[in-house]
Design a protein around this ligand. Structure first.
Ligand code: ZN
Ligand code: ZN
Length: 425
């Protein structure tokens, strides 16, 4: 039996991979404009990094990691996300010793053992940004604004940014107590997961999707009610900066992030789909994370977005660019001598960065013209025995059906002119 790819993975074939290239190029372009540099970290890390950096109690660490022992009996894990890796790299390479903040972005595959029926991939792709070494509100706003600009550049519409402040280690314990008091009499209405969260992590009950839990938490004290002065000022500033940048946002008190090292601003970008909103990007401030994985106290802010989700949203909104022709011209050489002469011409054209292609299967003129059409070539460059004898090249415009001859010695120059006219048109 033929071997198949592992469940939850995909082969990105020509025809689809161009959409990925387009998305990645747009992301790189926006990051460059904002002054963010790319970071590439290993596909696998010591398991402990994710246990500490993602959190022992999260579904990711409890259920979804690809963990294995290597031949040296060390526990390794395929990266399920990248924030922890970026923080590790920041500490290990002493980036805290460089001028701060360090503004980074990444694009690449992540790995989680998801249930196949959930429609998610086990190897999926994320784009994300992390800013380390600055705790000012303007950082939060800049990163959210970068996401907003990216979506605008891609042409996505029906977007809304949800923001909240989850407080800090100073003010959060107060909210925790108030929330537990509020929920004590409503405990029976909570789902099994939330009963579990009640003592350990009651904040997460606020963002449970179970309707019973949502009903039980109506009127519950929000983190915003108990923010300390520092957190409150920070949040007001973030909102003011976002307004100045023209980002459409809404304060959503149910938006929380459950782990201790998340502080202050949390945000999500929601896109409206048939009848409902769903998140296509999430992130926030994590002033406690670098310390958690053994580095010096360092403020951080970042987000991650699933690229499969973005492509799906672009598809739904018909915003994916049309497929571009792969080549400018197709060389049609008939006979062995013409093929050798043509091969030399191709080499000269490619030196000028003109995308050209030639038949590799010795097909007939008719079949080669068909192939030129299929590749979207604008011109066919025809070189038969007669042309070879007269030292000319026949150039046929495949769109207009016109053709003319140029001396072989002038062919590169002529085609280059035509190509530049086409590029500038
Ligand atoms: Zn606070
Ligand atoms: Zn619940």
């Amino acid at each position: 039996m033929a071997i198949q790819r592992p469940k939850g993975t995909q082969d990105l074939l020509p025809g689809t991979v161009e959409q990925w290239q387009y998305l990645e190029e747009t992301m790189r372009c926006v990051c460059r404009e904002y002054g963010y540099d790319e970071i590439r970290t290993p596909m696998f890390e010591a398991t402990e990094l994710f246990q500490r950096g993602v959190g022992q109690t999260t579904d990711i660490v409890k259920k979804e990691m690809y963990t294995f022992l290597d031949k040296g009996d060390r526990s390794m894990t395929l990266r399920p996300e990248l924030t922890a890796s970026v923080c590790r790299a920041y500490v290990e390479n002493k980036l805290y010793g460089q001028p701060q903040p360090i503004k980074l972005f990444y694009i690449g595959p992540m790995f989680r053992y998801e249930r196949p029926q959930s429609g998610r991939f086990r190897q999926f792709h994320q784009f994300g940004v992390e800013v380390l070494g600055a705790d000012q509100a303007v950082v939060d706003a800049e990163v959210i604004s970068l996401v907003w600009d990216l979506y605008k550049r891609l042409g996505l519409t029906k977007l809304e940014v949800h923001v909240n402040s989850v407080g800090c280690p100073v003010c959060r314990p107060k909210h925790r107590v108030q929330l537990q008091e509020f929920l004590t009499t409503r405990r029976d209405g909570l789902c099994k997961d939330c009963l579990d969260r009640f003592d350990r992590n009651p904040l997460r009950i606020l963002d449970c999707k179970n309707p019973a839990c949502q009903a039980a938490t109506i009127g519950a004290p929000t983190t915003r009610d108990t923010l300390c002065e520092d957190c409150s000022t920070h949040f007001e500033k973030v909102l003011a900066f976002l307004e100045a940048a023209g980002v459409v946002c809404r304060v959503n008190p149910r938006l929380v992030r459950g782990l201790d090292y998340y502080t202050k601003t949390a945000f999500e970008v929601m896109v409206e789909e048939i009848g409902a909103q769903s998140a296509i990007c999430g992130g926030g401030r994590y002033d406690g994370l670098v310390e958690e994985i053994g580095g010096p106290p360092t403020p951080g802010f970042g987000f991650a977005m699933g690229m499969e989700r973005i492509l799906a949203a672009l598809q739904v909104q018909h915003k994916l660019p049309e497929e571009k022709p792969r080549v400018f011209a197709m060389l049609i050489a008939l006979g062995e001598k013409a093929q050798i002469e043509g091969f030399s011409l191709m080499s000269a054209l490619r030196t000028q960065s003109i995308p050209v292609s030639m038949d590799l299967l010795n097909r007939s003129l008719k079949a080669q013209l068909k192939a030129a059409d299929r590749q979207g070539a604008r011109y066919a460059l025809i070189l038969g025995e007669q042309e070879l004898e007269e030292k000319v090249l026949l150039i046929r415009d495949l769109t207009l059906g016109e053709q003319n001859q140029v001396p072989l010695s002038k062919a590169v120059e002529e085609i280059k002119k035509m190509y530049q006219r086409g590029v500038n048109a």
